[in-house]
Design a protein around this ligand. Structure first.
Ligand code: CUA
Length: 171
């Protein structure tokens, strides 16, 4: 009987796959580092906190007068959108469900909720974010194709959830 510890036997295939997995982890780590540092790709981060109890009534809150603001006429807009059960406020007229911008406009959306968690998914774009009460989501998109872009709530928020949508109209 030998007193030396037995040598660990690893099947060559298994060894190959272990190296492959380690290689993948290294590749992913490099890809994330390059995307974040060199290409500037970032997750949506902290923008602003608001008080959901007063966000629609405080006269200093832009969501007390939701809707479009022209930053550069015909080119750049800010859109303040307030999500609530069960609609998006996109203007001071509660019944209005459309935001109209010209073709080529760059729109920065500032979205928050005054009650429960909602979602914001702008169809045919890559804009998709959770809308959390107290937090402001900021997203920017340039509309280079005319048409109607519906945005829908994709977080279940109660019985009216399925009817919660509004539209960006690009002319
Ligand atoms: Cu709002 Cu679902």
């Amino acid at each position: 009987m030998s007193s030396s510890s037995p040598k660990l036997q690893i099947d060559p295939y298994e060894r190959g796959w272990m190296y492959f997995s380690l290689g993948l982890l290294a590749a992913f780590a490099i890809a994330i580092t390059v995307a974040g540092l060199a290409m500037g790709i970032q997750l949506p981060g902290f923008e602003q906190r608001v008080d959901p109890r007063t966000v629609d009534t405080d006269p200093n809150s832009p969501w007390s007068k939701p809707g479009l603001r022209e930053v550069v006429p015909g080119k750049e807009y800010d859109a303040y959108i307030l999500a609530q059960i069960w609609r998006y406020s996109v203007s001071e007229q509660p019944a209005q469900k459309e935001l109209e911008v010209p073709l080529g406009a760059t729109v920065t959306f500032y979205i928050t909720s005054k009650d429960v968690q909602h979602g914001f998914l702008l169809q045919n774009t890559n804009l998709n974010v959770q809308v959390v009460p107290g937090q402001v989501a900021k997203l920017t998109y340039t509309f280079n194709q005319a048409g109607r872009y519906d945005f829908i709530c994709h977080e279940y928020c109660g019985t009216g959830h399925a009817a919660m949508f509004a539209t960006v109209v690009v002319k």
